[in-house]
Design a protein around this ligand. Sequence first.
Ligand SMILES: *Cc1c(COP(=O)(O)O)cnc(C)c1O
Length: 420
Amino acid sequence: MNHFDYRNGILHCEDVPLTDIARHVGTPVYVYSRATLERHAQVFQKAVAQAGKVDVAFAVKANPNLAVLRVLAREGMGADVVSGGELERALAAGMAPERIVFSGVGKTGVELAQGLDRDIGQFNIESEEEGMELAAIAAAKGLVADAVLRVNPDVDAGTHAKISTGKAENKFGVPIGHAIAIYTRLAALPGLNMRGVALHIGSMLENLEPLAAAFGRIGTLVETIRSGGLSVSHVDLGGGLGVPYRPGENPPTPEDYGAMVARVTKGWDVTLMFEPGRVIVGNAGVLLTSVIRVKPGIQHPFVIVDAAMNDLARPALYDAYHHFDPVAQTREMMTANIVGPVCESADTFAMARECGAVRAGDLAVFRTAGAYGATMASTYNSRALVPEVLVDGGRYAVVADRIAAATIMGAERVPEWLMS
Ligand SMILES: *Cc1c(COP(=O)(O)O)cnc(C)c1O
């Protein structure tokens, strides 16, 4: 469910016609719905509350825009960050430090110290080496870091290889078979308060079985750790819940997920933590674009839009599907290849896509672009960095500027010794 609907034949975000945003801000531009963000935050938190004591941290990398984070902070969400930059964003958006979880396989010493200085709530440690480094930095500061050990449960999430993270060959976490020994050694270090375990097996999961299997293994691990006399008060179950990208697609809902979690974790007696990203922001955004021109092709015409792989990388990166709709509703259909202007064949949003007919100058959207959209944007081909707009009822604000190619170029210089 989201707040992008046709009214009087024009696609609106909440009460704002997308034609208004295109006219005033230009295209391409990401458009987010505040009401949808709030709804998703509420639905998810309510769904997992079925499982008892819970703490939900939004995975900032899915959409790190400050205004988006602010909306989610107001809905009571914490933040799961994976870099010092994301940590500062979460704080700038008003997230309470104690609600911030620091994940990531390659946190530097500087970032670990930054997390300690900022007094964040929890470090998710991904190796014994990282845990030892964190313990030493904390002890030197006279601090004790609350931490959990990320475990790789070796289950196949059944998702795209590039967004799968919980198989033995993936770089994340420690192998589940080594977890008890590592946990035990880390728990003995001054500077660390080992309080539990974490996992995150991948993104865009199409069914709940891999998650249930992984959680089951974690439950067994928790029992074993406790039987060794150590305490476990927190288990972080990660993110990974999918959203429908195609019409008719029905991934598990937050309610299904919450019910599964409640069933599998019954009796664990811990605070359950969650790190949802995509499910919170995915459907809350679209990428609004203009058709530059339509070029005849051998089989199908090429609809060339002014958005490209540098603005929305998912199709090029993961062969991802984004539904394409004209902003002006039409019953006339076409079958087209939808491409951007970037000089790469990968800059293709869809091949042989059946969609509402568009012509040069028309506006259109790629739907479900709120997650892993603007956050992955680049300036490849010396294009501007794509702006972002947040809609709230009948009003909207530009929440990230379009950064012109000239501004990016302004940060470059030719050394004097190349000038003569
Ligand atoms: C990316 C990530 C998430 C969020 O994943 P979604 O599929 O967007 O829910 C959660 N936790 C960690 C550790 C991540 O790296």
